[in-house]
Design a protein around this ligand. Structure first.
Ligand SMILES: [Zn+2]
Length: 81
């Protein structure tokens, strides 16, 4: 049986505005285990996100209240304008 390759996430790695502080113990949700990371946003908020959030949901800021979230969206739409 093929083992899923472990995705390397290093301390200090950035996902948009989020910087990886450290990996947390895995959490089991709905029968699946999730890797959890503690991250610091550029707005100084510290949040925890799953690897799934970062890689699949493409979470790039601490949340809907994040002041950088809107700026990001503008930047993206300008790029294709
Ligand atoms: Zn933020």
């Amino acid at each position: 049986m093929a083992r899923p390759q472990k995705i390397e996430v290093n301390q200090g790695e950035k996902f948009g505005h989020l910087t990886v502080l450290q990996e947390q113990p895995q959490e089991v949700r709905w029968g699946q285990s999730y890797r959890i990371f503690m991250l610091r946003c550029d707005c100084d908020n510290v949040v925890t996100k799953t690897l799934h959030d970062l890689r699949i949901n493409k979470i790039r800021s601490c949340g809907y209240k994040c002041p950088f979230r809107f700026a990001d969206r503008q930047k993206r739409s300008n790029k294709y304008a």
